[in-house]
Design a protein around this ligand. Structure first.
Ligand code: FE2
Length: 310
């Protein structure tokens, strides 16, 4: 496995490298720096007059959940957030015409002992494909303040394309959409289904720390985890995902060695150029028909209502 920094590769080969389990860091995209500045501005307003990296010293977990609950969906669905994501994608050389993206998710990781459930849940060892992501999914991860080895995330590269015991059989994308409506109100107890590796102890794990303004790309089939935050500082990162429509149609993607979940997240992706979702006929042809009462996508207005109801 290789970690490529600013590889001189055409977009098709770049995706291929990621599907093979390599990592890519892009350090020269102005659009990433713009996204960082935009997100910092929002966080600084949210926690003013406090430094966002030390916000947990000023707000208790309940207060923090109340602030982040409404902020996260408003950030996720803001037109500016989507515009900046599309700029990053095209600046990286992926064709707008064939690339579909999902909305950017801000992640917060507070020091151990603070808010660690609901909106600030730390993920165990997992692959995104255990959460119904397609084999073509590429993850884009960018830190908003300097990421550290004691508050970031870690990869188990040798487990790529190997079977790892996991609980993905408990996960159904459509059922999870329905359950997510209550997430932001959870402060102490985690109730969503969160598939993870069972008793996983990697032989070698790798931490890659791009600087703010840089972005790390990896396949949704990579085994990765959040590192428990013992840094004393809050960690803020944003991630989003892309899927190439041609790869999806032609079956090019990462290997799915040990995926047992049901449903698909593919309806969450929208074309960079047109904003359109994949048409339902294509989705059903590639992934099969959903159950009649399935909640196919998570409905944002309902999420915001839920988040502000507490
Ligand atoms: Fe993940």
């Amino acid at each position: 496995m290789t970690v490529f920094i600013d590889p001189d590769l055409p977009a098709d080969q770049l995706r291929e490298k990621l599907y093979e389990g390599n990592l890519v860091v892009l350090t020269r995209l102005r659009a990433v720096a713009d996204f960082v500045a935009y997100t910092r501005d929002q966080l600084e307003q949210l926690f003013a007059p406090h430094d966002p990296e030390h916000a947990h010293e000023h707000f208790d977990p309940a207060e923090m959940a109340k602030m982040l609950g409404p902020w996260k969906p408003s950030f996720i669905h803001a037109d500016m957030s989507k515009k900046l994501v599309c700029e990053i994608i095209t600046a990286a050389g992926l064709p707008a015409e064939y690339t579909h993206y999902d909305v950017p998710k801000p992640r917060t990781s507070f020091p151990v002992g603070h808010l660690t459930t609901g909106v600030a849940f730390a993920f165990p060892w997992h692959r995104d494909v255990w959460y119904s992501a397609p084999a073509q999914q590429l993850n884009w991860w960018l830190p908003i303040y300097p990421a550290r080895e004691d508050n970031s995330m870690s990869f188990d590269l040798p487990s790529f394309n190997r079977q790892v015991p996991n609980s993905s059989d408990t996960f159904d994308y459509y059922r999870n959409n329905a359950k997510r409506l209550t997430t932001a109100t959870q402060i102490q107890k985690e109730t969503q289904a969160r598939p993870g590796a069972i008793d996983h102890k990697p032989v070698h794990d790798l931490v890659v720390l791009p600087a703010p303004g840089e972005v790390l790309l990896f396949s949704g089939a990579q085994l990765h985890t959040s590192i428990p935050n013992t840094s004393g500082r809050a960690r803020y990162s944003v991630d989003f995902r892309t899927v190439d429509a041609r790869d999806l149609e032609e079956g090019r993607g990462a290997p799915l060695a040990d995926v047992h979940c049901t449903g698909t997240a593919i309806r969450d992706f929208h074309n960079v150029k047109t904003g359109d979702a994949f048409d339902e006929q294509t989705v059903v042809r590639l992934f099969g028909p959903p159950p009649p009462d399935a909640m196919l996508v998570f409905a944002p207005p309902e999420a915001e209502r839920s988040a502000t109801a507490s």
